[in-house]
Design a binder for this molecule. Structure first.
Ligand code: SF4
Length: 401
């Protein structure tokens, strides 16, 4: 039977701190690595951190999924099974796997945790979803290369017998997710081992075979052509249709992204899934606060074309600078602001509360530190008292024009 209950919002975390931010800003579940995970630069959790992260989530009624989604070599399976066994004992809610051998090995172990199929498996059809279901997976991530119509077709055939998950936000590969060897060729860093150096974002030149060493820039304009540089996915407008189609989980990409990115994207999609009416203009305005490569609806709208790539430059843009966050709210309508980037007395800043609401505040002049000092500016890790009631975790940022 098709499930149409409120879907899960699934957020990334590259560190324990980001896991807490994702949870506080509204994620229902958080995924993170613990070795044998793609995104090896994203700071895989060690076992005590995994235990602490799962505990933090479970105490708040949320779930924690562990990524074990590399394509291992023959001699790595024992290590993966051993790790999975240890984490299963800690109460992991699911393991996210891509490789058939890992799926089989973990299924054989009879773990308490569920088994989810990663986007790395590039699942494109109802037949494959059902096949994974038959092999013991309870959930399958549908490939980012599918359109809404194709997802609806899959949902109709699968009929809720296997849960499905769709990426609704974040960076995309120009190839099928992760199925790319440019990084291997150019830098010796292997994308399918979580080591991708993102050479698809680089600028390329043309070299004629008989003229080695003569590099001809591939011009689109005076800044060049970033031929493979995909824009970031932003599918907030598709959320109602995907809920209606019965998709069970909406996933945000970005285990390597900042706390500011996690807070901003999670709080936006939390509100959208909860049915808060937000215009597309407001959504793009909120998303423009964080680093991005421009936004696209990718394959979800059907075909893709050159508008889905950011050909003219590879620098990520974003019109706000994260300057700190609220550490704690005090009883007397004040709060403690932990500074992470230089701020000045009297300047106007934007706040993003964990419930997604925003506001503008003006810093007092002079600034008062928690130690009682009076200063004109504050820098990294200093703590400032604000005469304002703001909940812990609130993000404070400087919006640039
Ligand atoms: S180089 Fe780009 S397309 Fe290839 S795996 Fe890395 S991010 Fe994906």
């Amino acid at each position: 039977m098709q499930t149409k209950s409120k879907p899960e919002l699934l957020a990334p975390a590259g560190t324990l701190e980001k896991l807490k931010w994702a949870s506080e800003f509204g994620a229902d579940a958080v995924y993170f690595g613990a070795g044998y995970s793609l995104r090896s630069f994203a700071g895989n959790f060690d076992l005590p951190q995994v235990a602490e992260g799962l505990d933090y989530l479970h105490k708040r009624g949320k779930k924690g999924y562990i990524t074990l989604n590399i394509y291992p070599f023959t001699d790595e399976y024992d290590g993966i099974s051993e790790l999975a066994g240890s984490i299963d004992d800690m109460g992991a809610d699911a393991f996210i796997v891509a490789d058939l051998g890992v799926l089989f090995a973990l299924k054989q172990m009879g773990l308490k945790a569920k088994l989810h199929i990663s986007t790395q498996a590039n699942t494109m059809s109802a037949q494959t979803v059902l096949a994974y279901g038959g092999m013991g997976a309870s959930r399958v991530n549908l490939a980012r290369e599918l359109s809404l119509e194709q997802i609806k077709q899959i949902q109709t055939i699968v009929g809720g017998s296997v849960e499905t998950e769709v990426f609704i936000h974040g960076a995309v590969c120009f190839s099928y997710s992760g199925r790319c060897a440019i990084s291997d060729y150019l830098t010796g860093r292997r994308a399918n081992r979580g080591e991708c150096t993102h050479p698809c974002r680089w600028k390329y030149s043309l070299v004629e075979e008989q003229r080695p060493g003569q590099y001809h820039p591939v011009f689109e304009d005076e800044r060049g052509l970033y031929y493979f540089n995909s824009k970031d996915l932003a599918l907030f407008e598709y959320v109602p249709a995907l809920i209606d189609a019965g998709v069970n989980s909406f996933k945000i990409e970005g285990r390597m992204k900042s706390m500011h990115y996690i807070a901003s994207t999670v709080s936006l999609y939390r509100q959208i899934i909860d049915g808060k009416p937000l215009t597309a203009q407001r959504c793009y305005e909120l998303l423009s606060r964080v680093k991005n490569r421009g936004y696209t609806q990718g394959f979800m709208k059907g075909e893709i074309n050159s508008d889905d790539y950011r050909l003219e430059e590879n620098e990520a843009c974003g019109n706000a600078v994260f300057v700190g966050n609220v550490l704690e709210e005090s009883a007397d309508d004040k709060c403690v602001f932990r500074v992470r980037n230089k701020v000045h007395a009297g300047e106007s800043l934007e706040v993003l509360r964990p419930d997604g609401t925003t506001d503008t505040i003006t810093l007092p002049s002079p600034l008062t530190t928690v130690w009682g000092g009076q200063v004109d500016f504050a820098n990294n890790e200093e703590q400032i008292i604000l005469d304002r009631k703001l909940p812990a975790f609130t993000i404070i940022r400087r919006v640039c024009s």
